[in-house]
Design a protein around this ligand. Structure first.
Ligand SMILES: *[C@@H]1O[C@H](CO)[C@@H](O)[C@H](O)[C@H]1NC(C)=O
Length: 302
C-alpha cells in the first residue's frame, strides 16, 4: 500500500522537527488520570488488541476476546493484505457499538516507519459530506478507510436501530488508530446529530493536516489518542510536512502514571509526547506495542 520514503527524507524530517519551533509556546496543562479512569480504557485496549488475533470474526480469539466476553460481532472482514482486518458489533456492558480496525503487524514496525507515504490529499465528499478540500489526510490512510467505510456505516446504522443505542466508539491501534480517527469524523458527518461518537486510539500516527485535525476537534469532542511512553509512531509524519494531531492525547508516562494532555500537539509539555519524543531517534519503537497499562497489542500479543 505504501511506497518507501528515502532515508534522506527521514533525516530531513528529524532535522526539521528539531528546528521547527512552535510559534505559540503555550504551555499545556496536564491532568493526571485516576486509577479508575485508567482502567476505564482497558475494554477498548482489548478491542484494539483483538483485531490482531485469529478468531475475532466469531469472537473466539482468546484472551483479548474473553476480556470483553459479552461482545457480539455482527460484521467482520479484512484479508490481512489489501484490507485491514476490522469488526463491528455491540457491547451490552458498554451499551455501545464498537468499530475496530487492525493496525500493522509488529514484525513490520520498522518498515512502517519508513513506508509512510506522506502525500496529503483531500477527502472524498461522497463519503464525507460537506467536507472542505482544505481538510487533507494521508492518502494511503484515506484510501484504506474508503474500502470498508460504506459497509461499516450501514452496519452501524442497523445496530443503532436494533440495539436502540446512540453510542458508537471507534477503536484501533497504529494504522488501525488512523482508520478509527477517520471513522470518527466519517460517522459524525453521516449519522444523525444525536449519535454519541467517541474514539479511543493507540499509538496513532498523524493522520492529516491542521484543517482535518480541527474537524476532529469540532465534531468528535470525545476523541482520545493514547500514546505509550516513548513510542515514536505518534510523531510521524512530521509536522513540517503539514501534518497535525487533533486534541485528546493521553500519555502513559510509565505504568500507572498517565496524563491527559490539553491542546493539539503544537505546544510544549514535558509530560506529553511532543516533548518526550522530540525526534524519532529519541523514541523507542518497542513502546508502540505497549504494554498499555498491562495490555500489549499486536499479533505477538494474542
Ligand atoms: C457516549 O458514549 C461513551 C462511550 O460509550 C459513554 O461513555 C458516554 O457515557 C456516552 N454519553 C452519553 C451522553 O450517553
Amino acid at each position: 500500500m505504501y511506497h518507501p520514503v528515502p532515508l534522506s527524507l527521514i533525516a530531513v524530517s528529524v532535522l526539521c522537527s528539531c528546528l521547527a519551533t512552535p510559534l505559540a509556546m503555550d504551555r499545556r496543562t496536564v491532568t493526571t488520570l485516576s486509577a479508575a479512569q485508567i482502567s476505564g480504557y482497558a475494554p477498548f485496549t482489548q478491542f484494539a488488541r483483538a483485531a490482531y488475533c485469529n478468531g475475532f470474526q466469531d469472537w473466539s480469539c482468546g484472551a483479548a476476546c474473553d476480556a470483553n466476553a459479552d461482545f457480539e460481532v455482527s460484521l467482520a472482514g479484512g484479508d490481512d493484505s489489501d484490507i485491514q482486518n476490522y469488526f463491528v458489533g455491540f457491547s451490552p456492558s458498554l451499551n455501545s457499538i464498537i468499530v475496530t480496525h487492525e493496525g500493522t503487524d509488529p514484525l513490520q514496525l520498522e518498515s512502517d516507519l519508513t513506508d509512510v507515504e506522506v502525500l496529503l490529499g483531500s477527502l472524498d465528499s461522497s463519503l464525507f459530506p460537506g467536507i472542505s478540500s482544505s481538510a487533507q489526510v494521508h492518502d494511503g490512510f484515506r484510501d484504506q478507510h474508503a474500502k470498508t467505510a460504506s459497509a461499516i456505516l450501514t452496519e452501524v446504522k442497523t445496530l443503532m436501530a436494533s440495539r436502540n443505542t446512540k453510542n458508537i466508539v471507534a477503536v484501533g491501534h497504529s494504522l488501525g488508530g488512523a482508520l478509527a480517527e477517520l471513522d470518527s469524523l466519517f460517522f459524525a458527518l453521516n449519522l444523525p446529530s444525536g449519535a454519541n461518537i467517541s474514539a479511543v486510539t493507540y499509538g496513532t500516527p498523524r493522520v492529516g493536516n491542521s484543517a482535518f485535525a480541527s474537524l476532529i476537534d469540532q465534531h468528535v469532542p470525545n476523541f482520545k489518542r493514547i500514546n505509550n511512553e516513548k513510542d515514536l509512531i505518534p510523531i510521524v509524519p512530521g509536522r513540517f510536512l503539514g501534518y497535525a494531531h487533533p486534541a485528546g492525547e493521553i500519555h502513559i508516562i510509565s505504568p500507572g502514571n498517565v496524563v491527559a494532555c490539553s491542546g493539539d500537539d503544537d505546544a510544549t509539555d514535558s509530560q506529553c509526547t511532543i516533548d518526550t519524543v522530540p525526534n524519532i531517534f529519541e523514541g523507542d519503537i518497542l513502546n508502540h506495542l505497549g504494554p498499555y497499562e498491562g495490555i500489549s497489542i499486536g499479533t505477538l500479543a494474542c
